[in-house]
Design a protein around this ligand. Structure first.
Ligand SMILES: O=P(O)(O)OC[C@H]1O[C@H](O[C@H]2O[C@H](CO)[C@@H](O)[C@H](O)[C@H]2O)[C@H](O)[C@@H](O)[C@@H]1O
Length: 301
């Protein structure tokens, strides 16, 4: 499948700047299925579901996960778009409260119906109520948490390897190791063995290996939400391996007659999404431009 780059700015090199907030031209998806998805979204926006990953898609990648924040133009773009579509859902591996805080999504006029499907969809935050719904925690997480520091010591994980406590899961980050890719590959096997012993699975991402409960992924989350709202079209934008199940969900919906558009927030770290996307944009800044272009197409000045 031939994907292409963000035609709103094909020469963009500054991934952290979205440019002026004047009306943006809409890019043309490279694939026929993608063009049908975009056409359906524009023809009946009130039936459209917009699904968006957080880290790497709405939020630029930074070395310290605690410092990640939504792109400064992301919330304004979402507030312009959300009132015109059926639903905007942020679907993330983060705990929902962290995505809400780091995204600045709470109490924003225009985002009254935003939902955040956190922990790959296991937990849900609704802007309308501010409530989080969550199932009981998996008992294996406590065992993994207890054994993890010893395992990292024995594996010789250096200074820069960090544990992220996520409540329902734990993640091991290697981005700040001396050799991030080497540390990632060296830890992959031992962490898979630890996770399996406690009934968990390893979710690999961009210099991160997360040990989390099985049974939920972004594809299940997206499908359930699309069916719940009776979506007539779906756009999904992501950047990482954990977004591939959501891509598969869009493809499943297409096979059922619901048009969809697959957007890749492009990076050099994850080629797999770029290859399957209908439209590749230039990181979070490109995603913001796309959201603004969609909003201005729905509400021309
Ligand atoms: O589903 P997402 O919203 O994309 O979350 C996936 C993971 O994102 C975070 O890690 C990534 O972003 C960090 C901050 O930019 C970066 O330092 C790290 O290298 C990336 O992998 C988050 O910390 C994880 O918990 C999420 O699962």
């Amino acid at each position: 499948m031939g994907s292409h780059t963000d035609s709103t700015d094909p020469h963009a090199t500054h991934a952290d700047t979205a440019g002026p907030s004047a009306a943006e031209p809409l890019p043309t998806p490279a694939t026929r299925a993608g063009r049908e998805g975009l056409d359906a979204l524009l023809a009946r926006p009130g039936k459209a579901l917009i699904g968006l990953d957080f880290d790497g898609t709405l939020s630029p990648i930074v070395p310290d996960p605690e410092q990640a924040r939504a792109h400064p133009e992301a919330v304004p773009a979402l507030t312009a778009l959300a009132p015109g579509v059926a639903s905007v859902a942020v679907i993330t591996g983060r705990p929902p409260e962290v995505a809400v805080r780091n995204g600045g999504f709470a109490g924003v006029p225009g985002l009254e119906h935003l939902v955040v499907l956190g922990h790959y969809g296991a937990e849900r935050w609704d802007a309308a109520t501010g409530d989080i719904t969550a199932p009981a925690p998996h008992p294996g997480v406590a065992g993994v948490r207890a054994e993890l520091p010893g395992l990292l010591d024995r594996a010789g994980a250096g200074e820069g390897v960090r544990i992220e406590e996520k409540g329902r899961a734990v993640a091991v980050h290697t981005r700040r190791a001396a050799d991030p890719r080497g540390a990632f590959e060296a830890l992959r096997g031992p962490l898979a063995e630890l996770a399996a012993r406690h009934g968990l699975v390893v979710e690999p991402g961009r210099m991160v290996l997360e040990l989390r409960p099985p049974g939920m992924d972004k594809g299940v989350a997206l499908l359930e939400h699309a069916r719940e709202i009776g979506a007539g079209s779906v756009l999904y934008a992501g950047d990482d391996l954990g977004d591939l199940p959501a891509y598969a969900a869009v493809e499943e919906l297409r096979s059922e007659g619901v048009p969809g558009l697959l957007v890749c927030s492009g990076s050099d770290e994850v080629p797999e999404l770029r290859e399957r996307a209908d439209l590749v944009v230039d990181g979070p800044a490109g995603v913001v431009r796309l959201l603004r272009a969609l909003a201005s197409s729905l509400h021309p000045a």
